[in-house]
Design a protein around this ligand. Structure first.
Ligand code: COA
Length: 255
């Protein structure tokens, strides 16, 4: 596999673990990391072997502390229109397999946006989430103003984005920003357990369920319902569905 300078990659039993690896910069996303993630994710999709992916941060202090501010300071409006981080997060959201953000420490700015582009978020008790962009004279423009209100509602999203305040894991859990809170040392185990509970199911069913759910927020209800119906039609003719239902019925008969 290609070796990268800003990310670590481990693939085992259909599960990829991608670790953001700039701990001295609190795993801030720079352009090299963006390019390396594009390359990796394109490869994973092309190979088709991976059926779930965990994203996490090295060093224990941060998941990702945002876009690299040193690089961002020099970017122009033309750069912003290239939607550098936003395009990557759209790619993560659209991956054909489920993704889990395993958050220890700070998930700020682009880090919070990246976590929101994942399907599920597991946080350590000491995790901190926030969209502090307005303090830097910008806005969360890598999907933050769109994904945050969908997850937590418009009122709470406005509170977080307009004040730029940082919240702890318990508050993130209470508002629906993360799905599980566990002791800090157990974040990866909890993320793996969550991935395992998904991997046991039909891969095609999981993939199509994810796509139909994503369509509910991106394409509007008519498009979403159509995708839901077509997905179910595809699954009804699948061998996996027939086998799983037969197994269920056979077990019943044996009782
Ligand atoms: N971009 C670039 N560098 C960053 C960074 C970012 N988003 N976040 C942290 N770093 C760098 C710091 O500049 C510092 O580098 P240095 O050692 O060369 O000076 C290093 O990472 C460690 O950061 P430090 O602030 O000393 O760590 P901390 O543990 O005390 O605080 C944070 C961690 C995350 C609270 C703090 O670094 C921070 O507020 N970062 C910016 C968060 C932000 O605004 N993100 C949104 C960007 S849109």
């Amino acid at each position: 596999m290609t070796s990268y300078t800003t990310i670590l990659v481990d693939i085992e039993d259909r599960l990829a673990t991608v670790t953001f690896n700039r701990p001295h910069k609190r795993n801030a996303i720079d352009s090299t990391m963006v390019n390396e993630l594009h390359d990796l994710l394109d490869g994973l999709v092309a190979d088709g072997d991976v059926q779930a992916c965990i994203f996490t941060g090295a060093g224990g202090k941060a998941f990702v502390a945002g876009a690299d501010i040193a690089q961002m300071r020099e970017r122009t409006s033309e750069d912003a229109l290239r939607v550098i981080n936003g395009a990557l997060f759209n790619k993560i959201e659209a991956l054909p397999f489920p993704t889990i953000a395993a958050v220890q420490g700070y998930a700020l700015g682009g880090g919070c946006e990246l976590a929101m582009a994942c399907d599920l978020r597991v946080a350590g008790e000491g995790a901190k989430f926030g969209q502090p962009e307005v303090a830097l004279g910008i806005i969360p423009a890598a999907g933050g103003t769109q994904r945050l209100p969908r997850l937590v509602g418009l009122g709470v999203a406005k509170d977080l984005v307009l004040t730029g305040r940082t919240i702890d894991a318990q508050e993130a859990y209470r508002i629906g920003l993360c799905n599980r809170v566990v002791p800090d040392g157990e974040v990866m185990d909890a993320a793996r357990e969550l991935a395992g509970s998904i991997l046991q199911h039909g891969a095609l069913a999981v993939r199509l369920a994810k796509q139909a759910l994503n369509a509910s927020s991106r394409g509007g209800q008519d498009v979403g319902l159509l995708l839901e119906q077509i997905s179910q039609a595809v699954l009804f003719d699948s061998e996996d569905k027939h086998r799983r239902m037969t197994e269920f019925l056979d077990k019943r008969r044996k009782k």
